[in-house]
Design a protein around this ligand. Structure first.
Ligand SMILES: Cc1ncc(COP(=O)(O)O)c(C=O)c1O
Length: 407
């Protein structure tokens, strides 16, 4: 294995265990100090769209049928049209060849790297998959599935929570098959701008790797819609080669249990991926695709969803701002708080549970330890603002009091 300078580290990276399991182990036997409020999981709790039951009922009979792996023409068109409207793409997404349904974006993220490795056929003994650190843990699982070496790039406050693309040496990029990156990011809620996307696309095309752009929080923003990678690619010309964007209805429409999302972008990659997926991947049930068609045609429920999250961020700013300074991220529904004044993320998470019954995730559990023993999430906790406003306010009031008393 080649030694590498910071700010990245190399090595096989088997996701050791799920962050929620690690938290369960941490809090095992610890009694909550007050009535518990759970603020760990990013599972939406706002209402599902009001047309959900009707659309499912109308399409119920189609549960009898095996769905086509590449989706119905209506599904592909609804996604292509939504992408077109959302990112002003002027019809450049080919609805027939540029869109594939997924069982939620996680399913596509998990198996994207292995498809990239096989399709690119770079003749590598040790293919590399690049991911940011901290990261959504599925990216490490994807590297593992592809039997690839995971290279973790620091995404820390000092580099604006985005990996420094110019620190990557060309040999590393030549050996890369897939680059995973989210925008908005989880956990930080940071947004990738067009210039960053374009720099990444240039590198992907030059060194022949696939970008898996995880945009599943794209609609949960404060005021300004985050730019997307397809938008950045369109402005460069050259189509969508080397780019796959993944998104779903889980966050946008509060339909996490529907397991319905899509991959869009590089038609050549998608065509070959669909062939393989036709043998190996789970299809998306036809009634779910019908619901997706309706959901992608409606922005009212999405705007309402955003409003409800933004109300909670206003509460967070009001309650925590005086202690921590600005806490509101550009997008997403998490608070990512530096708690180093009170300990590290693990000790604070434990104390919050035992002192005030608030369950939060230690930031270090969403990141990998680095070779030097550091962990870019160590000083942070992640708080999910998915609970109803009143509950969020109660939890944040308790947190603010705890911070005031414990500092
Ligand atoms: C960054 C990120 N990507 C992907 C997913 C998976 O979402 P889904 O498979 O529901 O689309 C999640 C879920 O929490 C996430 O946080």
């Amino acid at each position: 294995m080649i030694a590498s300078p910071k700010p990245y580290q190399r090595g096989k990276c088997l996701p050791s265990s799920n962050p929620f399991q690690r938290l369960a182990d941490l809090l095992d036997g610890v009694t909550p100090g007050r009535d518990p409020i759970i603020m760990t999981i990013g599972e939406p709790q706002n209402a599902i769209p009001d047309f959900t039951a009707d659309v499912l009922a109308e399409n119920m009979g189609d549960f009898r049928r095996y769905p086509p792996i590449n989706g119905t023409p209506e599904f592909r068109q609804a996604v292509a049209s939504w992408l077109d409207r959302r990112y002003a793409l002027d019809g450049t997404v080919d609805a027939d060849h540029g869109v594939l349904p997924l069982n939620g974006s996680r399913e596509g993220l998990s198996f994207g790297a292995i498809a990239a490795r096989d399709q690119l056929d770079k003749g590598l003994d040790h293919p590399v998959v690049i991911l940011p650190n901290p990261f959504y843990q599925t990216y490490a699982a994807a590297a593992h599935v592809a039997d690839a070496e995971a290279v973790l790039l620091d995404a820390v406050a000092a580099n604006g929570f985005l990996p420094d693309l110019d620190s990557l040496d060309p040999d590393l990029l030549q050996g890369t098959v897939a680059f995973y990156i989210a925008s908005p990011t989880n956990p930080e809620g940071h947004v990738v701008d067009i210039a960053y996307w374009q720099r990444l696309i240039e590198l992907a095309r030059k060194h022949r790797f696939l970008i898996f752009a995880d945009e599943c929080y794209s609609e949960i923003y404060r005021e300004t819609p985050p730019p997307g990678i397809l938008e950045a690619a369109k402005a460069m010309g050259g189509g969508f080669s080397n780019i796959i964007v993944l998104n779903s209805l889980s966050k946008r429409s509060n339909l996490a249990g529907l397991r319905c999302g899509f991959a869009a972008g590089d038609p050549d990659f998608l065509r070959k991926w669909a062939k393989f997926r036709g043998l190996a991947a789970p299809q998306v049930p036809l009634p779910a695709q019908a619901l997706a068609v309706r959901a992608y045609q409606d922005e009212n429920h999405v705007a309402e969803n955003r409003r409800l999250y933004n109300e909670k961020f206003e509460a967070a700013e009001r309650i925590l701002g005086p202690i921590l300074g600005p806490v509101t991220p550009e997008a997403g529904f998490f608070l990512w708080l530096d708690v180093s004044r009170w300990g590290d993320g693990v000790s604070v998470a434990r104390a919050l549970w035992s002192d005030i019954g608030i369950k939060v995730l230690p930031g270090g559990y969403l990141a990998s330890d680095q070779a030097d023993g550091g962990n870019p999430g160590r000083n942070y906790i992640r708080i999910s603002l998915t609970a109803p406003l009143k509950q969020v306010e109660t939890a944040l009031d308790r947190l603010a009091n705890w911070m005031g008393e414990t500092a």
